[in-house]
Design a protein around this ligand. Structure first.
Ligand code: DX5
Ligand code: ZN
Length: 219
């Protein structure tokens, strides 16, 4: 089953509650929350206080994507604010295994994200401990960038490892996902598709979500 995670980065920040209600009502499965610190990526977004405010109004699964340096300093804060799933970048920590255990100890599911230039081997030995791998299909920092097709073999490799070794790990892809690129990443084995501009900019949100999800499988 393919799940769809609208990225709040592309929402109207002046009416966040309404925007979250809009995607929730249209059938989104998760709410993707892009946290940027101006160091790990050049851009700045929002922090735990915003998540906490939205948590009170939404029952969507909150998928926090931390694009920050020293993520270990903030795991507790994001867990307390109401994140269900916390994803940290492989490039942001030399002690990923410890960090993943800390995320789980805080009561959340744990994900690790890979920048386009980071090979899948960076997290191969961590797969048994992970709930999710996030493959970035743009360089993180901004919405509205073009999808990088060179990440497709990486998705395929991860799908192979997860299948062959019997792990229950979600494979999420983030960046430049729209109705043209969604079939490619679904084909390569992604199970969660993040999309910002393709969803918040859509005329018909229900239709846009269903296009990303793809045809229903009968079996
Ligand atoms: C980029 C973020 C993405 C971004 C995706 O650093 O991680 O989640 O919002 O935006 P689109 O779908 O517009 O590429
Ligand atoms: Zn993201």
């Amino acid at each position: 089953m393919i799940r769809i995670a609208p990225s709040l980065l592309a929402a109207d920040f002046g009416r966040l509650y309404d925007e979250v209600a809009r995607v929730e009502g249209a059938g989104a499965d998760l709410l993707h929350l892009d946290i940027m610190d101006g160091h790990f990526v050049p851009n700045l977004t929002f922090g735990p206080a915003v998540i906490q405010a939205l948590r009170a109004k939404s029952s969507l699964l909150f998928d926090a994507h931390l694009m920050i340096t020293q993520p270990e300093r903030y795991i507790e804060d994001f867990a307390r604010a109401g994140a269900d799933l916390i994803t940290v970048h492989a490039e942001a920590s030399p002690h990923l295994h410890r960090l993943v255990q800390e995320i789980k100890a805080a009561g959340c599911r744990a994900g690790v994200a890979l920048n386009p230039a980071t090979p899948p081997q960076a997290i191969e030995y961590l797969l048994p401990d992970l709930d999710l791998v996030l493959v970035m299909s743009v360089n993180p920092g901004f919405g509205g960038q073009d999808f990088l097709p060179t990440v497709l073999p990486k998705l395929g490799r991860l799908r192979e490892w997860i299948g062959a070794r019997g792990f229950s790990v979600e494979l999420e892809v983030d960046g430049g996902i729209n109705s043209q690129t969604a079939p490619l990443v679904r084909q390569a084995g992604a199970t969660i598709l993040v999309a910002g501009s393709a969803l918040f900019g859509a005329k018909d949100l229900v239709q846009a979500i269903s296009e990303l999800r793809g045809p229903k499988k009968l079996l």
